[in-house]
Design a protein around this ligand. Sequence first.
Ligand code: 1QQ
Length: 410
Amino acid sequence: MAIAGCSSSGGAASSPSGTSGSAASGSASASGSGSASASASGSGSASASASGSGSAASGSAASCTLPDPVKVGVVFTLTGGGAQYGATQKNGVQLAADQLNAKGGVKYDLNIQDSQTDNKQAISIFESMIDAGDSVIIGPTLSDAAKQTDPIAQQAKVPVLGVSNTAAGITSIGDYIFRDSLTESAVIPQTIKAAKAKYNLKKVVVMYANDDAFSEGGYDAFKQALSDQGITTAKTLTFSKNDTDFRSLLTEAKGENPDALVVSSLIDAAVPIVTQARQLGMKMPIIGGNGFNSPALMKDAGSAANGVVVGAAWNSASDNPLSQQFIKDYTAKYGSAPDQFATQAYTGMLVVDNAVRSACSADRDAIKDALGKTKDLPTPLGNLTLDSNRDAVHDAVVQIVQDGKFAVLK
Ligand code: 1QQ
C-alpha cells in the first residue's frame, strides 16, 4: 500500500486486482494508481479504471474524481549550466502527466517554468506559482536554488516535491518540503564501500566546488564516508562551479599518487575534470557524486569517462517492471533513453498523483499531509517511501561507466 491508512478500503474495493497484482506488487489503492500510469498497458490500469466506477469523491484514492484540473507548478533548469538535468526532467514529468491525464478521475495542469540555472529566477517563479494558486510545486532542479526557494513555499504553506535535490538541509527547511531524490548522504557511503572493495582504496584526493550547495553537501558526505571506511584523504582541493581549466589542480592531485580521485561537482565541471585528468595520464578510478549522473558525461567526455564510478537512485538495467515500462514509454515518446533525472521526475508526478488521489483533494494542506504518508509506492525507482524527515527511501545502485554507458558496478 502506498498511503498508510487510506489504501485498504479504496484499493480492495475498487481494483479488480486479480491481474493487477504483479506490477503493483500487491499494492491496493493509492499505489495502484501510481503504477497504473507507469504501466500504460495491461495490468496496472486496473485501479485507474476504478475512478470511472466512482461513487463520487469519497476520499478513496482509486475512485477519486476531482472537478477541476490540479495545478502543478514545475521549476527546472532548462537553460544555463544545469540544462543537462532539466531537459530530461521536463520530459519525465510531462510523460507522467500525459499518462495520468489519460486515466481520468484527476487531471493535471502542468505549468513548467525554466529557472535558467539562476536562483533569483527560481525564486520569482516560485512566488508566481504560489500567487497563482498552484496546489503543489515540483522542483527546483538544483539544491543551490532549493535552499532559497523552499523557505518561501514553506512560509506560504505550499507543498514542494524536489525530484533531484540531494544536498543535506533541504527537507529540514520545513514540513511542506519533500523530495523523492535520495540524498548524497544516503548514496555516497554505498558508493565508497563498493569502490573500496573493487579497487582496494587506501588513499584518495578529494575535489569539490565550494560555491554550490549540492557540491558542498556532496563533499561533506564523501568526507564522512571516507573517514568512516578508513580511507585516507591525502589532499582536498576546491574550485568554483564555473571553472573550466582544472589542469593545475589535477596536477597537484596526481602528485599524491592517489588510488582514486573523488569529485563532488555539477556536470559542467565534471566533464572537463574527467577529460583533463585522463589527458594528464591519471588512469585511476574517478568517483563522482550525483552531479555525474547525466549521460552528458559520456557524450561530452567520451572515452575519458570510462571508469568513472557514481552512485545513483536508478539504473536502466533494473528489472523492476515499472522501470522497464517507463523506459519503453519514454523512449517511444522522445526517441532517446531516460536518465536518472527523468526517472525521478516521472516518479515525482506519480508521488504527487498518489497524494492527490489519496486526499482526493487539490488543497495544499491536504496534499502535504498525504505526501507525508507516502509508503511503499511502486514506482520505476522501486518501492518508494517518504520518511519522517520527508526524504526518499528506496534502494540505490552503484554504477561504473563502461563503453559509454552507466553499468552496474559488480
Ligand atoms: C542537486 C543535485 C544535482 C547534481 C542534480 C540536479 O543533486 O543540486 O541537489
